[in-house]
Design a protein around this ligand. Structure first.
Ligand SMILES: Cc1cc2nc3c(=O)[nH]c(=O)nc-3n(C[C@H](O)[C@H](O)[C@H](O)COP(=O)(O)OP(=O)(O)OC[C@H]3O[C@@H](n4cnc5c(N)ncnc54)[C@H](O)[C@@H]3O)c2cc1C
Length: 487
C-alpha cells in the first residue's frame, strides 16, 4: 500500500515575533544561511526603544561579524574610554582597557539608529518584514506553528515550521509559553531622558549610587559632543508605588546631585522621560518548547548587575540560529532538539546570571542599604589605588567581565584589606581627635540599631527576602556543583 504524506504549505521556515537586536539578529543569521524568514514587528522602522544606549565591546564584536561596523555612521558613533563612579562626595574615574580579543571600545548609539542598522542588514540578507503588525498568540500542532497576527483591525494567521519570540521584556510569547507574566522578583524598571547641550567629557560614562535609590543606579551616557542619555534603573519591588513618583525620583536626582548638575550645565531635556520594564533571567522559566524558541529580552537575557541586554540579544540570536539550522536540516522541531539552545544559554550565561541575581538580591532589602553604601565606599577607595581591581569593577558594569570575577579570592581579599585599611585609618583618626570621632562611633551604633529595629518592624517582608535569597543562593550553588562535578 502506498502511504501519501500530505504536503504542508508553510509561509516561512521561521517566523520571528519582534525586530529588535534579538529578532533582527536571528533573522540576519537565518536569512544569510538561505532560510525563509518572516519578522513580524509591532512598530515601524526606524523605531525608538527606551535604553541607556550603551553598546558593549561584546555586542560590537557581534555587529562587526555581521558586517555592520564598516559604515561612516558607525565610525561617528560616540566611543567610551572611561567610567566615573560617584557615591555621595566620593568618586573615582577608571580608564577602560579594551579586551584584546574584542575589536572596539564601548559606544553610545541611540537605539533609533542601532536597531535600524540591524533591521537593514537582515532585510538585505533576505528576511521579509511585516511592520505595524503584532503577534497576539499561537497554536502548536503536530506539524506546524500557527501564528495569530493583528494588523490594525485585521486579524490573520501564518504557518511556520518554527516560531521564535524576540518580542522583548513584556513578551506575549513568553507569557503564553510559561502561562504567567514574569515574577516581580525578576524585574527592574528603567527610565530614560535625552538631554541636549550638556558638558563633556564625551568619552566618559558616569554612574551614580545613592542610598535613596539603591540598589538602583542613575547614569549619564554621552551620545556625542552635546547630547546625553540620562536615566535610572531600579528593582521594581523597591520602587515608589506611583509611576509619577518614579519620574520625580529621576528629576530630583538630576536637580539635586551636584556632580550630574556639573555635567548638564545649561543643557535641557529633549523630549520626555520614558519608562520600560526590564525582565531578567529566571532559570525556572522555559525558553524552548516544541517548535518554539525565545531570544533576547523575551528569554530574560539581561544582566541584572549591569542592565546590559544588547550583547545577550545578539549572542542569543546567533546561538538560536545555530540550533535552528540543525533542526531545519534534520526536519526535527521537537522540544528535545530545540533544547540544545537552552543548554548553550545555560553553559555560557547560567552561572553568571545566577550570581548577578544573587548579588542584586542582597541589597533588595532596604534595611541593609547603609551596609552596602559602606561596601561601595570601600570599593571606590580601593579602585582609586589599584588599576587591576578598578578594571574588574568597570568591566562588570561594561559587560566584558563576568560578575563571578567579583567573587575571585584576590578581588575579595583586596576588598577586605581595603576595608581593614579604612577602619585602621578611622582608629588612627580617633587617637588623634577622640572627640570628633565619638560622633562616628555613635553613627555606626545608630546605624546598627536602626537596622535591628527595621528587621523587627517588618518580619514578613524580611522573611520573604531570606527565602528568596536562599533560593537564589541554591541556584548559584547548583552551577558551582555542576562545574566541580565536570572537573
Ligand atoms: C531604561 C533601560 C536602559 C537600558 N540600557 C541598556 C544599555 O545601556 N545597554 C544594554 O546593552 N542594554 C540596555 N538595556 C537593555 C536593552 O534595551 C535590551 O536588552 C534590548 O533591547 C533587548 O533587545 P531585544 O531585541 O530582545 O528586545 P527589544 O529591543 O525590546 O525588541 C523587541 C521588539 O519586539 C517588538 N514587539 C513587542 N511585542 C510584539 C508583538 N506582540 N508582536 C510583534 N512585535 C512585538 C517591539 O516593538 C520591539 O521592536 C536597557 C533597558 C532599559 C529598559
Amino acid at each position: 500500500m502506498i502511504s501519501i504524506k500530505p504536503i504542508i504549505k508553510y509561509d516561512c521556515d521561521v517566523l520571528i515575533a519582534g525586530g529588535g537586536p534579538a529578532g533582527s539578529g536571528l533573522a540576519f543569521h537565518l536569512a544569510t544561511k538561505g532560510y525563509k524568514v518572516i519578522v513580524v514587528e509591532a512598530e515601524k522602522f526606524p523605531r525608538d526603544k527606551v535604553c541607556g544606549d550603551g553598546v558593549s565591546p561584546i555586542a560590537l564584536a557581534e555587529l562587526h561579524a555581521m558586517g555592520i561596523t564598516g559604515t561612516e555612521k558607525f565610525a561617528l558613533a560616540n566611543e567610551i574610554n572611561k567610567v566615573g563612579l560617584f557615591l555621595k562626595n566620593d568618586k573615582v574615574f577608571i580608564n577602560l582597557s579594551k579586551p584584546e580579543h574584542l575589536p572596539f571600545h564601548a559606544r553610545i548609539i541611540p537605539r533609533i539608529e542601532l536597531d535600524n542598522w540591524i533591521f537593514e542588514a537582515a532585510k538585505k540578507a533576505g528576511a521579509v518584514y511585516m511592520e505595524s503588525t503584532r503577534v497576539i498568540g499561537y497554536t502548536i500542532t503536530h506539524n506546524a506553528a500557527i501564528v495569530e497576527l493583528k494588523q490594525g483591525q485585521k486579524k490573520l494567521s501564518l504557518k511556520a515550521k518554527i516560531l521564535a519570540g524576540a518580542d522583548g521584556s513584556s513578551s506575549t510569547l513568553a507569557r503564553q509559553m510559561n502561562g504567567a507574566k514574569p515574577n516581580d522578583e525578576f524585574q527592574l524598571l528603567g527610565l530614560r531622558a535625552y538631554y541636549e547641550n550638556v558638558n563633556g567629557p564625551t568619552d566618559r560614562v558616569d554612574i551614580y549610587f545613592t542610598g535613596e535609590s539603591f540598589p538602583g543606579i542613575f547614569w549619564m551616557f554621552p551620545k556625542g559632543p552635546n547630547g546625553a542619555n540620562i536615566g535610572m534603573a531600579m528593582v521594581s519591588k523597591t520602587l515608589p508605588q506611583k509611576p509619577s513618583h518614579v519620574k520625580e525620583m529621576l528629576i530630583n536626582h538630576i536637580n539635586n546631585n551636584t556632580d550630574i548638575a556639573e555635567r548638564i550645565g545649561n543643557g535641557k531635556m529633549d523630549g520626555k522621560i520614558e519608562g520600560w520594564p526590564i525582565t531578567f533571567f529566571n532559570a525556572q522559566s522555559s525558553i524552548t518548547a516544541n517548535r518554539l524558541i525565545l531570544v533576547g529580552d523575551a528569554a530574560g537575557l539581561i544582566n541584572p548587575l549591569s542592565g546590559d541586554g544588547i550583547q545577550y540579544a545578539l549572542l542569543s540570536a546567533r546561538w538560536a540560529s545555530e540550533t535552528l539550522e540543525t533542526c531545519l536540516q534534520k526536519n526535527d522541531f521537537s522540544s528535545e532538539a530545540i533544547y540544545a539552545y537552552r543548554k548553550k544559554v545555560d553553559k555560557e550565561l547560567g552561572y553568571d546570571f545566577a550570581l548577578s541575581n544573587l548579588l542584586v538580591q542582597f541589597p533588595r532589602n532596604k534595611t541593609f542599604t547603609p551596609v552596602w553604601m559602606l561596601i561601595l565606599t570601600v570599593m571606590i577607595s580601593r579602585a582609586k589605588q589599584d588599576k587591576e581591581y578598578a578594571d574588574i569593577i568597570a568591566g562588570i558594569f561594561e559587560g566584558t567581565y563576568p560578575s563571578y570575577k567579583a567573587l575571585a579570592p584576590s578581588f575579595i581579599l583586596k576588598s577586605l584589606l581595603q576595608g581593614g585599611k579604612d577602619i585602621g585609618k578611622t582608629l588612627k583618626d580617633f587617637m588623634a581627635d577622640p572627640a570628633s570621632m565619638m560622633n562616628s562611633g555613635l553613627n555606626i551604633t545608630n546605624t546598627a540599631l536602626y537596622m535591628m529595629e527595621a528587621i523587627k518592624d517588618n518580619p514578613q517582608e524580611n522573611g520573604r527576602w531570606v527565602l528568596n535569597t536562599i533560593s537564589k543562593t541554591a541556584a548559584v550553588a547548583g552551577h558551582v556543583f555542576q562545574q566541580v562535578r565536570k572537573k
